[in-house]
Design a protein around this ligand. Sequence first.
Ligand SMILES: CC(=O)N[C@H](C=O)[C@@H](O)[C@H](O)[C@H](O)COP(=O)(O)O
Length: 232
Amino acid sequence: MSFLKKLKGPFVVSCQALEDEPLHSSEIMAKMAIAAEMGGADGIRANSVSDIQAIKQAVDLPVVGILKRDYDDSDVFITATKKELDELFTSSVDMIALDATSRKRPNGETLASLVAYAKQTRPDIELMADVSSVEEAVEAEKLGFDCVSTTLIGYTKETEGQSLFDDHFKRLKEMRKRLSIPVVAEGKLNTPELATSALLNGADFIVVGSAITRPQLITATFKQAIDQRHKG
Ligand SMILES: CC(=O)N[C@H](C=O)[C@@H](O)[C@H](O)[C@H](O)COP(=O)(O)O
């Protein structure tokens, strides 16, 4: 069954810790996923084959998987090339998210060829487009993606300083209006209020990560507030 069919509600929790993060470990990410499931999550987003496998064994939730890898000739790092797709195909992932920005990809590969390759090789796995603009979202639907996510708003040179909830979720509403596939709100939804607002402003489902699964960042928000208060 597909990710979108398995998803019983709108709340996906991203359980990710890269090599330079304190919780980097598939075992720990699986425990994060168990905690998310206990708290009521409907799905999980995860990075790397080993994290996905550990999470699939630990919880009975659909998983959207990515493979982050840095390349010298491109800024694209989320499922950037065919190599990452092939690796993810070896896992039991339900959906794969790819960077679907208009930026140049590594090795001269193109988004269109990756979508065609994935659809042909593994038609059972759905595809999520991680975009940074409304235009990229519209293009992603044309390419055959199954849903789009606002993941990369604020993370490209063109969108630096922007966030999903600027202007009362203007970009999200525009995507919802122009697309017929599901639109996912993801990125800096750091409070329950923002997460709820994203749903009220047109998101079909949401992905929340750092505010739940990156304790070093959660601690830093407390620290910042305490320091400001202390100074003031
Ligand atoms: C830009 C990028 O690399 N985003 C990544 C995508 O998978 C993750 O590091 C984020 O944690 C995820 O998108 C959820 O967002 P947030 O952690 O802000 O709730």
